[in-house]
Ligand binder design. Structure first.
Ligand code: UDP
Length: 194
């Protein structure tokens, strides 16, 4: 596995479809996987905020979610094959989950948006088992959401709390799950809800 370092952030050198395949392999191997899809704003934030840098450095993989990262890699003479975005990764994982009957947990967005996403996913991907869904407005100190994720053992947990909350939540709670992919996907639930 090769990485391209941009402003201290190690980006995985991989294309979008190979990345989805790699995550599927890790699901089958029952490994724990923390994914950050990072755009230039995330890299700048990490540069300015050492705690956030430490958070994202706990990720199993950081991918280039933005043409700015791909262009920066080219300028550094260490090119990346292209963007690997949170949204496209989610879409690819949903296709695979539907085929292989994986379980998923959805965390984030407003309740109305989340309800809409659950309804759409059930219709479009009948092979997927949604083992849990919770909106993104909860009390961090006092929440049992991580317990629920740990209990339901999802193959994939989509975390849509925006940057940096989603990365912080995953970094804090990753150790509580035995296996599965946890990925921050920003505003993707809003996009799916339409
Ligand atoms: N969000 C959330 N809880 C929060 C803050 C944001 O669930 O405490 C959700 C918000 O409803 C939206 C998503 O996170 O669905 C992305 O939010 P935003 O556009 O602010 O983040 P970005 O995509 O810019 O990282």
């Amino acid at each position: 596995m090769r990485f391209v370092k941009i402003m201290g952030v190690p980006f995985l050198n991989i294309d979008q479809s190979s990345f989805i395949q790699l995550l599927d392999e890790r699901i089958q191997q029952k490994k724990r996987t923390f994914v950050v899809t990072a755009n230039p704003e995330i890299v700048m934030k990490a540069k300015q905020d050492s705690n956030f840098m430490k958070t994202i450095q706990q990720a199993t993989y950081i991918t280039a979610d933005g043409i700015g990262i791909v262009k920066a890699a080219k300028l550094l003479n260490d090119p990346l094959p292209g963007r690997v975005t949170g949204f496209d990764t989610m879409m690819g994982l949903l296709e695979i989950a539907n085929e292989k009957q994986y379980t998923i947990f959805l965390l984030g967005a407003k309740q109305e948006t989340l309800d809409n996403v659950v309804e759409k996913l059930k219709k479009t991907y009948p092979g997927i088992q949604i083992v849990g869904a919770h909106n993104g407005y909860f009390d961090w100190e006092n929440n049992d959401i991580a317990d629920r994720v740990a209990e339901t053992k999802p193959d994939i947990t989509f975390v849509a709390l925006g940057v940096p909350k989603q990365e912080q939540w995953i970094a804090e709670n990753l150790h509580r799950v035995e296996y599965g992919v946890m990925i921050g996907i920003g505003g993707s639930f809003d996009v799916i809800a339409g």
